[in-house]
Write a protein that binds this ligand. Structure first.
Ligand SMILES: Cc1cc2nc3c(=O)[nH]c(=O)nc-3n(C[C@H](O)[C@H](O)[C@H](O)COP(=O)(O)OP(=O)(O)OC[C@H]3O[C@@H](n4cnc5c(N)ncnc54)[C@H](O)[C@@H]3O)c2cc1C
Length: 324
C-alpha cells in the first residue's frame, strides 16, 4: 500500500454555506493520519448547488446531484457504489446528519465489505501496512481495534467538537454524470434482496452462524445451501463483528428476535444476549464441538460435532442433487 496514493471518501454535507460539523470533523480526523501515506481525501455530496467548492480542506469534491428521488438513503447508496467502483478508495466515511446507521450497513452489504458504526479513531499501522479502526464495544467497557483488509465503510462518533482549523486546498470539482455507465459487476446485491424478500423475522427456517463456523468462506457456503432450501441466514454478534454477515443479520437482543419453526444454530456458544433472540423458536437444533456448550441447555436436538463436518455433509447432498 505504501508509496501509492491512498484515497479516503467522505460522504458529507453542507450546512449554512459551509461543511457540516460532522463532515468537517471527519475530514479533520483523516487529515491527522500519517503524512507518508500520500493520502487523497475526496468529499462526496448529493447537493452542492449553493456552495463554493474550489477551496475546501479536501482534494476533490464529487457532486452527485443527478441522482434524484425521495429516498435519501438510496441516493447515498448509489453515490457510494459509483464512487467505490470508479475510485477504489481504502475507506469510505459516512457523516451525514441523518440515517448514518442505515447507510453504513447497507453500503457495506452492497460492496461486500465491512461496516463500522460510531468509531473513535483510525490510524495507519506501518508494520502491518493496514488501517486500524478503534471503537468502543460492550457498552463502552472495552475498546476494539480492527485491522482493515479491504475498503471499510464507517462512521465516527462526534462527541468532541474539533476546534482546530483545516487549511483549504485547491479542490478540484467533479460533477458526476450519473447516467454514465457504472461498472459494478462485482457488487453483490443478492444479500439485501434476499433479506428484504424473505425477511429473517418471518422465515420459518433460520440458520444461525456462530463464531465456530470458522471463516467467511464457510458462512458463504452455508448461505448458498440455505438459499436452496428456502432458509434465511443470521449470525451471532461475533460473526457480524468479523464482517462475515451484515449487521441486518444479527440475531439476539441487540439485533433481531426470531421465532421460526426451525432454528439451526451452528457453532454458537449460547451467550444470554444471543439466546434471548432465538428462545421463541419452535425447535432449536444446535451443533457445537464442545459437549458442555451452553447452547445445548436450550436445544431440542443437540449435535456434538464439528460444524465443518455438518456443512460438508449438507453441501455434498446439495451438489449430488444439482448433478442429478
Ligand atoms: C450488551 C451486549 C449485547 C450483546 N448482544 C448480542 C446479540 O444481540 N447477539 C449475539 O449473538 N451476541 C450478543 N452479544 C455478545 C454475546 O455475549 C457473545 O459474545 C456472542 O453471542 C458469542 O458469539 P458466538 O457464540 O458466535 O462465539 P463464541 O462465544 O466464541 O462461541 C463459539 C462457539 O463455537 C464452538 N466451536 C468452535 N469451533 C467449532 C467447530 N469447528 N465446530 C462446532 N463448534 C465450534 C465453540 O465451542 C463455542 O461454543 C452481546 C454482548 C453484550 C455485552
Amino acid at each position: 500500500m505504501m508509496g501509492s496514493d491512498m484515497r479516503i471518501g467522505i460522504i458529507g454535507e453542507f450546512e449554512n454555506g459551509s461543511l457540516s460539523r460532522k463532515t468537517y470533523d471527519s475530514i479533520f480526523k483523516v487529515s491527522q493520519l500519517n503524512n507518508a501515506l500520500n493520502l487523497v481525501i475526496d468529499l462526496i455530496v448529493l447537493d452542492a448547488s449553493e456552495e463554493r467548492l474550489d477551496s475546501l480542506p479536501c482534494d476533490t469534491v464529487f457532486v452527485y446531484d443527478q441522482i434524484r428521488g425521495n429516498d435519501t438513503v438510496g441516493r447515498y447508496i448509489k453515490a457510494i457504489e459509483h464512487y467505490y467502483s470508479h475510485c477504489s478508495p481504502s475507506m469510505i466515511i459516512v457523516c451525514t446528519r441523518n440515517d448514518v446507521e442505515l447507510i453504513v450497513p447497507k453500503a457495506a452489504t452492497q460492496l461486500s465489505s465491512s461496516g463500522f458504526l460510531q468509531c473513535d479513531a483510525i490510524e495507519f499501522d506501518e508494520s502491518m501496512d493496514k488501517f486500524i479502526i478503534s471503537k468502543s464495544v460492550y457498552g463502552g467497557n472495552a475498546q476494539a481495534h480492527y485491522s482493515i483488509e479491504k475498503t471499510a465503510i464507517l462512521s465516527f462518533n462526534h462527541n468532541q467538537k474539533i476546534k482546530e482549523k483545516l487549511n483549504a486546498k485547491n479542490t478540484s470539482i467533479k460533477n458526476i454524470d450519473y447516467k454514465c455507465s457504472c461498472n459494478n459487476d462485482f457488487i453483490a446485491n443478492k444479500e439485501i434482496d434476499y433479506i428484504e424478500e424473505q425477511g429473517l423475522e418471518k422465515s420459518e427456517f433460520v440458520i444461525v452462524c456462530g463464531r465456530g463456523i470458522g471463516n467467511k468462506a464457510a458462512v458463504e457456503e452455508i448461505c448458498r445451501w440455505a438459499e436452496t432450501v428456502g432458509a434465511a441466514v443470521g449470525g451471532t454478534k461475533k460473526v457480524v463483528d468479523h464482517g462475515w454477515l451484515s449487521i441486518h443479520q444479527l440475531i439476539g437482543q441487540t439485533g433481531l428476535m426470531i421465532a421460526p419453526k426451525i432454528c439451526l444454530v451452528l457453532g454458537a456458544s449460547g451467550a444470554t444476549p444471543f439466546i434471548n433472540g432465538i428462545i421463541g423458536s419452535e425447535k432449536i437444533i444446535a451443533v457445537n464441538s464442545d459437549l458442555n456448550a451452553r447452547i445445548f441447555d436450550y436445544a431440542d436436538i443437540a449435535v456434538v460435532e464439528d460444524c465443518a463436518v455438518i456443512t460438508a455433509g449438507l453441501l455434498e447432498k446439495l451438489n449430488n442433487f444439482i448433478k442429478k
